[in-house]
Design a protein around this ligand. Structure first.
Ligand code: GRF
Length: 221
């Protein structure tokens, strides 16, 4: 793919965005982030992008008549940067099939649960309520199915008796998300990772299950 042109979509604090910025800056990802788009004007992640000299844009849902109009505007905005990777990093919007189709195989998401467990929101609380003994995060290709696309890498941790939704969120973010997301983007940028017929191809083989933390390159551990 050559040096990748990456667009990152956010809605919040932007810790995953920061991990991607850092990995591009130090060369672990062979690419650069051309634009960061937020669905919220008050997203803290916007300041992280600006501090790194990255173009930013805010696309607010209330300025668009419906989901189709929003996604058309988002597509037009992204077209100006011609990204070959789109990374959803805490982007709190459901995307239309038309938009998803444009970036099929080139759009990734990070989700804070061991998918297929707990798609959707409030995953840490739900994991605790369900009595899960393991929890974690997953990077997957984005398809029309919400949080349901082919899984690439998943990191697990053991739930502790004293865990709260907040403590779990913190551990999942620091011990797992901030490692697996830049790693997956790096593989995609290096063309070591592809989605073909809704299956994941990685370094010359098909994945029957998502990769685990021990698959991380040394520099992402
Ligand atoms: C992360 O937990 C991510 O997995 C989820 O939303 C959260 C975003 O946090 N999709 P941040 O904006 O990266 O700090």
């Amino acid at each position: 793919m050559g040096s990748a042109r990456i667009a990152v979509l956010i809605s919040g604090r932007g810790r995953n965005l920061q991990a991607l910025i850092d990995a591009c800056a130090d060369g672990r990802i062979d690419g650069h982030i051309g634009v960061v788009v937020s669905s919220r004007a008050d997203a803290l992640g916007l300041a992280r992008a600006q501090a790194a000299g990255i173009d930013t844009a805010v696309l607010s849902p209330r300025d668009h008549a419906d989901r189709a109009a929003y996604d058309a505007a988002l597509g037009a905005l992204l077209d100006r940067y011609a990204p070959n990777i789109v990374a959803l990093a805490g982007f709190m919007r459901i995307l239309t099939p038309a938009f998803v189709g444009r970036y099929r195989g080139r759009m990734l998401n990070i989700h804070p649960s061991l998918l297929p467990r707990h798609p959707g929101l409030d995953t840490h609380r739900r994991a605790l309520l369900a009595g899960d003994t393991e929890h974690g995060a997953t990077v997957h290709f984005v398809t029309e199915q919400l949080d349901g696309g082919p899984r690439i890498i998943q990191g697990k941790l053991t739930v502790r008796p004293e865990d709260t939704p907040d403590s779990l969120a913190e551990r999942v973010m620091h011990d797992i998300e901030l490692k697996i997301y830049p790693q997956a983007v790096a593989w995609l940028a290096r063309d070591e990772l592809r989605m073909i017929d809704d299956r994941v191809w990685f370094r010359g083989r098909w994945l029957d299950a998502p990769l685990a933390l021990d698959a991380l390159d040394e520099t992402f551990k």
